[in-house]
Design a protein around this ligand. Structure first.
Ligand code: NCD
Ligand code: ZN
Length: 376
């Protein structure tokens, strides 16, 4: 195989970065090990089922705190972190970074503890009722102004589930209305607060982030880059494409693709991989969440490849998020090979099955096996 290497930027060693196959299409991609800045792993027996999938490809992940009961204190986050670490397979280095779940009653002093802990790097704003396990979330943003002031002062970023929750708002408009009614005023009120607008799904959200200051960033999921809302109804109702915020129109998907491929450092990878047992998704009232952890990197690579932007993939996946959170990038590398592979029909999960996105279908990019931690 001709290993002609494309050089993008100045600091890549000759054996890294995208590699061309003899026919000119990219055959492999070596990049700094990525991080996942938005991940759900649940608790208990779920951990052994899902943590290894993330640990196999990501160096770190920001763990979402929407358990039942939610992770609202530093002490709870500490013990939860220990339980996650116990599910990391031997020989894999995976660091769970923790977040606190804000409630109407979170005392500002809890932010001091969280910041001092060193392992809690964000607090999460769930508008009450917006998504899975958000009933203990915020009922009125004014109630947490003292907490947000403390976060602004201490430099603890706020992660935001950005959807309006009043029942009169159409589900496809919830993100846009949240920007107008809640996020814009919040950014004005707390100009020094670092904010991550999580799993953005609309052109309005992408534009909002582009126009905001360097204190505002966004995560983007692989599924929102690859699917539009038609995927919810393709040939019948597709529960495994149902997540929140819900998939949007094609024009919004295009806007997200443009945002992540633009090279703007304030867009970065957050899978929002969200495991739910199959019987809770394939139900009369199915849960929201797509399970993507084992295939997410391949999906993102597909999205960048369709735009001819694989040279921008590393920054999105491995550099931008760490920089925003003030952390160094991972030191080791991974290699993705352009090698189609079949996603399993399901994974074992509790007493049930966990059906990933693309179950039984193929993904174009595969993580190369590691030997002694050194990519081939
Ligand atoms: C997430 C979950 O299941 O915890 N679900 C989802 O549809 N994304 C919660 C969330 O991030 O909204
Ligand atoms: Zn989520």
């Amino acid at each position: 195989m001709t290993k002609e290497t494309l050089m993008h930027g100045t600091d890549r060693a000759p054996t890294q970065g995208p590699v061309l196959s003899p026919l000119g299409s990219l055959s492999s991609l070596t990049l700094t090990r990525p991080d996942d800045w938005h991940l759900h792993v649940r608790d208990g027996d779920s951990l052994d089922a899902v943590v290894p999938h993330s640990a196999a490809c990501f160096g770190r992940a920001l763990i979402m705190p929407n358990l039942r009961p939610p992770i609202t204190t530093t002490v709870q986050a500490l013990t939860y972190r220990e339980r996650i670490l116990a599910s990391v397979p031997q020989g894999m280095a995976f660091e769970p970074l923790m977040s606190l779940y804000l409630t109407d009653n979170t005392p500002p002093e809890e932010i001091d503890c969280a910041k001092a802990s060193g392992f809690i790097i964000a607090a999460k704003l769930y508008p009450a009722g917006a998504t899975t396990h958000s009933d203990a979330g915020i009922s009125a943003i004014d109630l947490i102004h003292p907490v947000l002031e403390r976060m602004e002062k201490l430099g603890l970023p706020l992660c935001v589930h950005g959807e309006a929750t009043t029942p009169d708002v159409d589900i496809f408009d919830r993100e846009r209305v949240f920007i107008e009614k809640t996020l814009s005023p919040l950014v004005r009120h707390f100009p020094g607060l670092k904010i991550v607008f999580e799993h953005i799904t609309t052109s309005e959200a992408a534009q909002f982030v582009r126009a905001a200051g360097t204190n505002v960033a966004a995560t983007v999921t692989a599924h929102h880059l690859l699917l539009n809302r038609n995927a919810l109804f393709a040939g019948g109702l597709r529960p495994h494409h149902y997540c929140l915020p819900v998939l949007k129109r094609e024009k919004h998907r295009r806007a997200l693709i443009q945002a992540v491929c633009s090279g703007n450092p304030r867009f970065f990878l957050g899978t929002d991989s969200a495991p739910h047992a199959a019987d809770t998704k394939e139900a009369a009232c199915g849960c929201a969440g797509c399970y993507t952890a084992p295939l997410a990197l391949g999906l993102y690579a597909e999205a960048f490849e369709t735009e001819g932007a694989l040279d921008r993939f590393e920054a999105f996946a491995s550099l931008n998020g760490a920089a925003f959170y003030g952390l160094p990038p991972n030191e080791d590398k991974i290699t993705l090979q352009r090698k189609s592979w079949k996603v399993p029909d399901y994974y074992a999960y509790l007493d049930d099955k966990l059906i990933p996105l693309r179950a039984g279908e193929t993904v174009a990019w595969k993580l190369a096996p590691m030997s002694d931690g050194v990519p081939p």
